[in-house]
Design a protein around this ligand. Structure first.
Ligand SMILES: Cc1ncc(COP(=O)(O)O)c(C=O)c1O
Length: 417
């Protein structure tokens, strides 16, 4: 989006809504004409479409991604007092949901290149910090004296965690795997063990998605979903989202009010049809940044292993003087973000867990260096060129001579056509 003042927004939420306005308004009109605001065909339709998009048999629409993580854990069998292992480099919703499921979050560090859970750190954690109870064979944490029952890898910034070794460890230690796919709608992972590409959201017992407006697939309000191939998990989540009802006014358990409303579901169906194209545009913009920034010393670019096809929810670079670069881009009217500046184990909310600086050094290091550049499907080549030129100026690198960003984009499109 190019605004009159020449500002480059971090995220353009206006253009996609302007483009789709008539289809989106039609969703409102349909809801008004039928007064179908809760449940019904728009919710069921979206659930079918999103399950198919994720290569799963079920999708259960919910009111948020946070509830999706929470209900996925509960329905898959996590009990009050269990330990659920995740990463400290994620949005706090991941660990809030674990706590809300009655469990205690614990952490393993991330991989320095992918920023996702490092499977070797998970293995060390399971081997060195946990023990099996002699009588029951259950896994317990040595220090916390509580059963370790689940792991939540987070597909951060739109790229999946390395799932093969995580799933293998989960099999070995009998752990539930819930993918936090809240930032990864449409991301793919090449499973070396299965020799095929798999969709984010189809690999664990269940997966959580957020449709918060800024996500690759975003509602016009709050929304989320769980995807799963497990019929029983889907059934339990349908009950949990609707006051524990198995049928109207028959409450098998105490549940929650956490349904996906029909207007949001209808909006999500409209946008889902555009998601593959939007993701391709994000990937194109990421390739252009890669190309334009590849010769800039002092900058670490996103790493995309050959087993990943990321969807670039965010394009995150690393730089030593992050605060300086952020300020300098702001002065040039370019918005950026930091996802996330304070690792979860150092947040005040988790003070009582007793973690300290140095416990998860990779997360701590990258948290001080990361900067998210403008990234959205409607981002234009000349805007990216301006961002890159400002970065070069800040790092005191002479203006690039050579092909223009437009010609690089053209060449990239020609190569992938
Ligand atoms: C990694 C991650 N997990 C969970 C969530 C929670 O989703 P929601 O905001 O829809 O509750 C988010 C949303 O930002 C997220 O980024």
């Amino acid at each position: 989006m190019i605004t009159n003042d020449g500002k480059i927004a971090f995220l353009d939420l206006l253009s996609p809504h302007q483009e789709l306005e008539s289809e989106l308004v039609a969703v409102f009109e349909k809801a008004l004409q039928t007064a179908g605001f809760i449940g019904g065909p728009m919710v069921e339709g979206f659930e079918r479409e999103f399950a198919s998009f994720c290569d799963t048999t079920h999708c259960v629409g919910l009111s948020s991604g946070t509830d999706a993580v929470r209900f996925a854990l509960m329905a898959a069998g996590v009990q009050s007092g269990d330990i659920v292992v995740t990463v400290p480099h994620t949005f706090i919703a991941t660990t809030e949901a674990i706590s809300q499921a009655g469990a205690r979050p614990d952490f393993v560090d991330i991989d320095e290149r992918t920023y996702c859970m490092d499977p070797r750190k998970l293995e060390e954690y399971l081997e060195q910090e946990c023990y099996r109870d002699r009588e029951t064979g259950r896994l317990f944490h040595g220090r916390w004296k509580a059963p370790v029952t689940a792991v939540v890898p987070v597909h951060i910034y739109g790229q999946t965690a390395d799932m093969d070794p995580i799933l293998e460890l989960a099999r070995r230690y009998n752990l539930i795997v819930i993918e936090d796919a809240c930032q990864a709608h449409g991301a793919e992972y090449f499973s070396r063990t299965e020799n095929r590409w798999r969709k984010a959201g189809s690999m664990g017992q269940a997966a959580a998605f957020s449709f918060y407006p800024g996500k690759n697939l975003g509602a016009c309000g709050e929304a989320g979903a769980v995807t799963t191939n497990d019929e029983e998990i889907a059934r339990k989540i349908r009950m949990l989202r609707d006051h524990g009802q198995s049928k109207k006014y028959f409450h098998d358990v105490e549940g929650y009010n956490a349904r996906l409303d029909s207007i949001q579901a209808g909006i999500l169906s409209v946008k889902l049809r555009r998601l593959p194209e939007w993701n391709r545009k994000r990937q194109g913009a990421a390739r252009l940044y890669d190309e334009l920034l590849s010769s800039v010393p002092g900058l670490i670019l996103p790493h995309c292993p050959d087993w990943a096809r990321g969807v670039y929810h965010l394009y995150v670079v690393r730089v030593q003087d992050r605060e300086g670069l952020k300020k300098s881009l702001a002065q040039a009217n370019i918005d950026t973000g930091i996802h996330y500046p304070v690792p979860l184990h150092l947040q005040k909310a988790y003070e009582s867990f007793g973690y300290k600086q140095g416990d998860f050094p990779i997360t701590e290091k990258i948290a001080s260096q990361i900067l998210s550049l403008p990234m959205f499907p409607h981002l234009q080549a000349e805007q990216q060129s301006r961002v890159v030129n400002e970065i070069r100026r800040f790092l005191e690198i002479p203006e690039q001579v050579g092909p223009s960003p437009d010609s690089i984009l053209f060449e990239l499109q020609r190569r992938t056509a």
